[in-house]
Design a protein around this ligand. Structure first.
Ligand SMILES: [Zn+2]
Length: 167
């Protein structure tokens, strides 16, 4: 009996540890996306950053560059998705997680769907232009979605950017 009880403790301990690691990873990787958002901020672009993770490794990065590239499709997610696909040599990214500081727009949600992402993690919701206002919940029904990771930080950098713009 004692042995069985110990095994139970070990298994539940591993489950708790795993859950903590997952949480740590989501916050850690969102922190990396925030560094890219800061880079956009420094270049006077709307400060949104994105990264793609495959097997705990960053394989794609992007930050919003619509002004610099004069291209409305140059959103952080689109650039990160393109670089991840080139890295893996695959248009499908079903074993990957996309981290983005702000809820994706409709265009990016479409790209996330076509790439068949396994997971999407975003920081702050975007009630005006986020895809969840416009799309049916079926749009990304193949993708696990986590909302609100480092939400305050992701929102704060946007607020600061637009407050400066208004001055
Ligand atoms: Zn977008």
């Amino acid at each position: 009996m004692a042995v069985i009880r110990n095994e139970k403790y070990i298994i539940s301990g591993v489950v708790v540890l795993f859950a903590q690691m997952m949480e740590f990873n989501d916050e850690y990787f969102m922190g990396r996306a925030l560094v890219l958002a800061q880079q956009a901020f420094d270049e006077d672009e709307v400060p949104i950053g994105a990264i793609v993770i495959h097997q705990n490794k960053i394989i794609g990065k992007g930050y919003n560059q619509t002004e610099k590239l004069m291209d409305v499709t140059a959103h952080a997610e689109m650039l990160a998705i393109t670089s991840a696909s080139q890295y893996l040599g695959s248009k499908f990214l079903d074993e990957c997680t996309l981290y983005v500081t702000i809820e994706p727009c409709v265009m990016c949600a479409g790209a996330i769907k076509w790439a068949r992402f396994g997971r999407l993690v975003f920081g702050s919701s975007e009630p005006k232009s986020g895809y969840e206002v416009y799309c049916s919940p079926k749009t990304l029904n193949q993708t696990e979605i986590v909302r609100g990771v480092l939400e305050q930080d992701c929102r704060a950098i946007m607020k600061e950017f637009f407050a400066r713009k208004r001055k």
